[in-house]
Design a protein around this ligand. Structure first.
Ligand code: ATP
Ligand code: MG
Length: 289
């Protein structure tokens, strides 16, 4: 059964990004709570049909490591596409690390290793469907109330990516060197972005621009990513964690491991299963009782 605009009722705004707005919504016929992301696109109906067709591929992409897709439709007027997906109560890793800082909740190695493991498994799943995520970063990794990590905002619709490129204003801090250089890119480019995301979550602050050089222009920043040594975490983090990040941030894509190899890394093997239930930590972060 297809979702319809009039069956979906806004409950609360969850956040706003460069390309869209995300709402917590209720699907009235079933009572199901969902997240709805609205994106402004070109009014061309043919192009919109193409986007909706491309997005419907997400139905076949189900995995415990990917946010479930419920449907997409044209919303208010003729320039908005709405994408309905699983609502993740824990919010994004960006929300979480910011909040954790103010709650003085430490984001330990086990959390980071579980995050790395889930992202690698999600990337392997997408790769088996010939999909590259293209936008791995803390705001696109969500957590459920049960403490699971899930990827969202996958780049499955070429037409949607095109139509957003025209309105896009953000800086691509997470882009791998091969993408900056205009080369071909692969699932390994997503691994690069994972490395930067782990640093950011671990230190409650973006890895780039480099803290000692915060005012780089966009051009200088892209040049920095291609030519300069990448940051890593300090010696207060485990050697396994730092080595995992260093492997993610190998500049040459053919030398950078893919997600299958990364899953075998000692960081994941040694740290991810020290604690199985991380819901007490998530409760502490959000102050849930
Ligand atoms: P950018 O536009 O630069 O990619 P972003 O990823 O933060 O940034 P959006 O994808 O529009 O922008 O998401 C905005 C916010 O909405 C997220 O940071 C997150 O807090 C929240 N959000 C998105 N999807 C969900 C979801 N499925 N469940 C719960 N919260 C969500
Ligand atoms: Mg997003």
């Amino acid at each position: 059964e297809d979702l319809k605009s009039e069956d979906v009722e806004n409950i609360q705004k969850l956040g706003e990004g460069a390309a869209g707005t995300v709402w917590k919504v209720k699907h009235k016929p079933t009572g199901r709570i969902m997240a709805k992301k609205t994106i402004t696109v070109d009014p061309d109906p043919q192009l919109q049909r193409q986007i909706l067709r491309e997005l419907s591929f997400l139905r076949t992409c189900g995995s415990p490591h990917i946010v479930a897709f419920y449907g997409a439709f044209l919303d208010d007027g003729d320039t908005t596409i709405a994408i309905c997906m699983e609502y993740c109560e824990g919010g994004s890793l960006e929300d979480i690390y910011k909040r954790a800082k103010s709650m003085e909740a430490v984001i330990g190695e086990t959390i980071l290793a579980k995050l790395a493991e889930a992202v690698c498994m999600g990337l392997i799943h997408l790769h088996s469907h010939n999909v590259i995520h293209r936008d791995i970063k803390p705001s696109n990794i969500l957590m459920t109330r049960q403490g699971e990590f899930k990827l969202c905002d996958l780049g499955v619709s070429g037409e949607l990516i095109n139509s957003m490129a025209q309105t896009f204003t953000g800086t691509q801090y997470y882009m791998a060197p091969e993408r900056i250089k205009g080369g071909t890119y692969s699932v390994r480019s997503d691994i690069w972005s994972l490395g930067l995301s782990i640093i950011e979550v671990a230190q409650n602050q973006p890895a780039l621009p480099p803290p000692d050089n915060p005012n780089l222009s966009i051009f200088e920043l892209l040049d920095f990513i291609v030519h300069q040594p990448m940051p890593n975490l300090g010696a207060d983090r485990s050697p396994e964690c730092r080595d995992f990040i260093a492997k993610c941030l190998i500049k040459e894509p053919s030398e950078r491991p893919g997600p299958e190899i990364m899953l075998q890394h000692p960081f994941i093997k040694n740290w991810a299963h020290l604690t199985d239930d991380i819901t007490p930590w998530l409760k502490q972060v959000w102050g849930w009782s």
